[in-house]
Design a protein around this ligand. Structure first.
Ligand SMILES: CC(C)(COP(=O)(O)OP(=O)(O)OC[C@H]1O[C@@H](n2cnc3c(N)ncnc32)[C@H](O)[C@@H]1OP(=O)(O)O)[C@@H](O)C(=O)NCCC(=O)NCCS
Length: 193
């Protein structure tokens, strides 16, 4: 099933029920709150720049998407707040490749949520004919390297640029449960806490 605006999934991560869905134009305020809640180092790792604010044009760019070209998946915690966001934007010159980015809120890191988001983004990518992710990251960012390595062979020919060929679905089975309309029990996300 194509991951699209109607897709909504639930997972349990470290005991918390997390909803996963595509971002919406109405998510600007929630995205802004999430952004401001990130610690500066996390924000820097995500944007590779010190960003104090998300401008109105930036918020529009991040939430008003052409779903074939730009997919963003948000993770929403039990409080209703965003706890993670991942996205991919296809390259206009080679639509089989997409730049991806991800950030998980500091309090939710190292619990398996990043892996869940990466797997779902890769699923959306494969469905759209994208076979390669490119990510910009600091060279000492082990967390993103490990998160992407689950998808396929990782290489980095240019410092700070990671490339992963999306092979078969992730070597670790996706941790999410069935789509919400399916009356199946929730599966357990990978947890470390
Ligand atoms: C990258 C990031 C999204 C990972 O999210 P997460 O929820 O913590 O990741 P998970 O718990 O699912 O772990 C995924 C893998 O990364 C590893 N990992 C996570 N945090 C780690 C850390 N601080 N140090 C080393 N490895 C780490 C995990 O062990 C796991 O590896 P495995 O699959 O080999 O077991 C998160 O660290 C983050 O938001 N970082 C800031 C933003 C960023 O760096 N974005 C990348 C550039 S766009």
């Amino acid at each position: 099933m194509l991951i699209n605006a109607d897709t909504q999934r639930e997972v349990i991560v470290a005991g918390e029920r997390i909803v996963l869905r595509c971002i919406r134009a109405t998510d600007k305020a929630a995205l802004n709150v999430f952004f401001h809640g990130l610690n500066p180092e996390t924000r820097y790792k995500r944007f590779m720049a010190y960003m104090g604010e998300l401008s109105e044009p930036m918020l529009r760019y991040l939430t008003e998407l052409d779903p074939n070209e730009h997919v963003a998946i948000v993770a929403i915690g039990e409080s209703g707040a965003f706890v993670g966001v991942t996205r991919m934007v296809r390259f206009a010159t080679d639509r089989s490749r997409a730049e991806m980015a991800i950030v998980v809120g500091d309090a939710h890191q190292q619990r398996g949520l990043g892996a869940i988001l990466v797997d779902m983004l890769a699923e959306a990518a494969r469905e759209r004919g994208v076979d390669t992710f490119i990510a910009h990251a600091l060279s000492d960012n082990v967390a993103i390297r490990r998160s992407l390595a689950r998808l396929g062979k990782l290489c980095s020919s240019t410092p700070g640029v990671l490339q992963v060929a999306l092979g078969a679905p992730a070597r670790v089975a996706p941790a999410w449960a069935k789509d919400m309309h399916e009356p199946a029990p929730l599966s357990q996300g990978r947890t470390t806490h």
